[in-house]
Design a protein around this ligand. Structure first.
Ligand SMILES: Cc1cc2nc3c(=O)[nH]c(=O)nc-3n(C[C@H](O)[C@H](O)[C@H](O)COP(=O)(O)OP(=O)(O)OC[C@H]3O[C@@H](n4cnc5c(N)ncnc54)[C@H](O)[C@@H]3O)c2cc1C
Length: 476
């Protein structure tokens, strides 16, 4: 006989989004059921952000060892033990895992069910032998690696983000299909850990970012020995002997083959909608994911969808943001509308690439050319000089009155620096606001204030204002 549960909220998926909803609901004493079919913590903890950043950190350490000479310390070729790199990655996951564990959530008062969930009808979800009739449902089932229908792919042992962090041996030559942030981050990490790496991208690598700043990242990767093949389409793959995977590609100048030892598919993400029986609940979805309103409501008014499965930007901080909005609506009946314009993103390469708001091309279109573009280089920053991290710059896009429309940074710690610009976008700050705060010296964040001051220097030719600008440059 089925166990009937009648909580206020039923959350499907214990990844970044689902865990945040369940924890907040439990903290306010609301009865909540959380259903997870795989590992607690979802993609971010087990197959995404955490293992990738741990691997990137290992690669960075190796890179620093090879490049210590300029600091007066002899460079050495590091002795890399892939088994130990793997142990490092998994010890980082283990250190974080208790925060997302069944034990922690049960102690918070959440009823956790370790089963696959599917809708039975518009108001009932089935998970194992439990039938859950909740007042509201939150679908937070995330996404999976999208595997394109490339002939031969199913006959080779390709890797995805779900398997690559399990490897305990170095790949000789890793061929990566996909030059988006995931493919590019993993390309640099593997290269620094001693692998030969080729990235194959049908269009432009890092194509969702401002090309002027993305070019700096790609140039660094090429300098480090990574082959990046853009405008190159994979048409077929085949196994050659025991160790070679041959990738057949088409380029603008004809057909070629690339021989690697391992193949990583990083060609986008597919929303996890297949097994949910969404049709039985009247929930509309398409290739991108579940269709939601700006309040994250699905076409079934009892059901919300958040995070990767909701088809928008796919980041952990987006899943958490969505969770906060849904909690506001469900628990406090407060107005909660998603504003995608305030969401920052980072590619964790070296140099890092970070962005928030409109990029130059979109701002140009939206504001019919009435924008200002401000830049300031890392090379003009004292801290960057001291750290020998002088590659990169900040680019700010403002309207004619100096209101910030977008910020992009390429360079060391860009991912940390974008925080203040995300706040500036969310709060609609102007260049006057940014020029008016005190930036501690010596920090790379000072380049942002310098760029903001540049707004005034170009704004007028009046000698009196020029004097003020010179003063700001001196004391700013
Ligand atoms: C390699 C890689 C690196 C990344 N790096 C970053 C980064 O640096 N920063 C960042 O912000 N984002 C990063 N991301 C993206 C980030 O991991 C996702 O955006 C985030 O995990 C989405 O959270 P979510 O809650 O929507 O889904 P998930 O975390 O994927 O959780 C969904 C959960 O639902 C479960 N589930 C699915 N279907 C069912 C079902 N029918 N019944 C029960 N349970 C189900 C799944 O098992 C899973 O545990 C990265 C992703 C990858 C792949």
């Amino acid at each position: 006989m089925a166990t009937i549960l009648k909580p206020d909220i039923c959350v499907i998926g214990a990844g970044s989004g689902g865990l945040s909803v369940a924890a907040a609901a439990a903290a306010f004493g609301v009865p909540v059921v959380l259903i997870e079919k795989g590992k607690m913590g979802g993609d971010c903890l087990n197959y995404g952000c955490v293992p990738s950043k741990a691997m990137i950190a290992a690669g960075r350490r190796a890179h620093q060892m090879r490049n210590a000479d300029p600091f007066g310390i002899a460079s050495v070729e590091p002795d890399i033990d892939f088994r130990k790199v793997n142990a490092h990655i998994h010890s980082v996951i283990s250190a974080i895992a208790p925060n997302d564990s069944v034990e922690r959530f049960t102690a918070l008062g959440v009823r956790v069910i370790r089963e696959e969930a599917r809708f039975k009808d518009r108001r009932t979800v089935i998970a194992g032998d439990a039938e859950i009739r909740a007042r509201r449902f939150v679908v937070a089932t995330g996404s999976s690696p999208l595997v394109p229908p490339i002939p031969g792919l199913d006959e080779v042992d390709y890797l995805t983000n779900e398997t690559i962090f399990e490897r305990t041996r170095r790949a000789g030559h890793l061929v990566i299909i996909g030059g988006g942030p995931i493919g590019i981050e993993l390309a640099q990490a593997h290269r620094r850990l001693g692998c030969e790496v080729t990235v194959v991208e049908a269009s432009s690598a890092l194509g969702k970012d401002d090309p002027e700043l993305a070019a700096i990242v790609l140039a660094r990767l090429r300098d480090e020995g990574i082959t990046i093949r853009e405008k190159t389409k994979v048409v077929r793959v085949e196994r050659r002997g025991k160790t070679i995977v041959r990738v057949h590609v088409e380029t603008q100048s004809g057909s070629e083959t690339i021989d690697g030892t391992h193949l990583l598919v990083a060609a986008g993400r597919a929303a996890n909608v297949e097994t949910l029986d969404l049709g039985k609940a009247g929930i509309a979805f398409d290739r991108k994911g579940i269709k939601v309103s700006d309040k994250l409501r699905t076409t079934n008014r009892r059901v919300y969808a958040i995070g990767d499965v909701a088809g928008g930007l796919q980041f952990t901080h987006v899943a958490n943001y969505h969770a906060g909005l849904v909690i506001r609506a469900l628990l406090f009946r407060l107005p909660a509308r998603e504003d995608p314009a305030i969401i920052p993103w980072i590619t964790f390469t070296d140099p890092e690439l970070a962005h928030v708001g409109l990029n130059e091309a979109d701002a140009m279109k939206q504001y019919k050319g009435r924008i200002r573009v401000l830049r300031w280089p890392y090379a003009e920053n004292d801290r960057a000089q001291a750290e020998r991290e002088t590659t990169g710059f900040i680019k700010l896009v403002t309207d004619r009155r100096g209101r910030l429309l977008g910020a992009t940074i390429v360079g060391a710690n860009a991912g940390e620096m974008i925080n203040m610009w995300a706040l500036a976008i969310a709060k609609k700050l102007t260049m006057r606001d940014v020029a008016g705060y005190v930036s501690p010296y010596p920090t790379t964040s000072e380049i942002g204030k310098r760029a903001a001051i540049a707004y005034f220097s170009d704004a007028t030719r009046k000698p009196s204002v020029r004097r003020v600008v010179r003063f700001l440059r001196f004391f700013g």
